[in-house]
Design a binder for this molecule. Sequence first.
Ligand code: HEM
Ligand SMILES: *[C@@H]1O[C@H](CO)[C@@H](O)[C@H](O)[C@H]1NC(C)=O
Ligand SMILES: *[C@@H]1O[C@H](CO)[C@@H](O)[C@H](O)[C@H]1NC(C)=O
Length: 171
Amino acid sequence: MYMKIFPLHELLHVLAWLEGTWITDEPAVGTYPTIKPFNYFDEINITSIGQPLFNYIAQSWHPETGMPMHRETGFLQILPDTKKIALSLINNIGMFTVEQGDLTDDNNTIIDLKSTNILTTDASIPHFATVTETRRVFTRNGDNLEFIFYMATSKTPELTEHLRAKYRKVT
Ligand code: HEM
Ligand SMILES: *[C@@H]1O[C@H](CO)[C@@H](O)[C@H](O)[C@H]1NC(C)=O
Ligand SMILES: *[C@@H]1O[C@H](CO)[C@@H](O)[C@H](O)[C@H]1NC(C)=O
């Protein structure tokens, strides 16, 4: 018996619009007070196999060389009978983040999450400042998804923008 794919779980119906592949058409923008601004492309795959969670994979790459850059993967869950969201991620720079928040508007088009737990491995990048807090806001705008990511670090203690991207739904 192979594993079967089941229809979207009813808990996720309020977020059905999120399922699919989202890609940046224009280069996204990375900034931070301690680094040189940079551009990147990104693709987010959000899939479901019928469990009450979405599988989440985001992969970014250098806009000129195509070289893989930041990658993260995990699960996005909705707490039953609430609009509370939990996004659990592991990334390729040796960090785990638990980011929780809400669907903040009546139409379920804004997902606003803040870190509640951050863990690092011994393999995290030594010359990076330690991330102490994150916030990410996804806003649906028709077939587009706008994304802003903020972080605070040991050297930059206020939540400060790191990423700004606009995605288009491709499937
Ligand atoms: C979403 C989770 C992410 C986290 C938690 C994160 C974290 C960080 C941290 C802590 C730094 C170092 C800042 C400092 O030392 O003051 C950094 C730098 C950087 N990040 Fe991110 N980042 C994320 C996503 C991304 C993405 C999607 C890209 C795009 C490709 C990216 C590209 C970069 C680049 C190019 C630098 C500068 C590296 C250097 O100067 O050596 N990051 N990031
Ligand atoms: C994401 O989805 C696109 C379109 O279906 C596919 O081409 C790509 O391989 C997927 N990426 C990952 C990492 O699954
Ligand atoms: C929700 O969607 C309806 C119909 O598209 C729109 O009229 C209304 O302004 C939206 N409400 C919010 C809070 O975005």
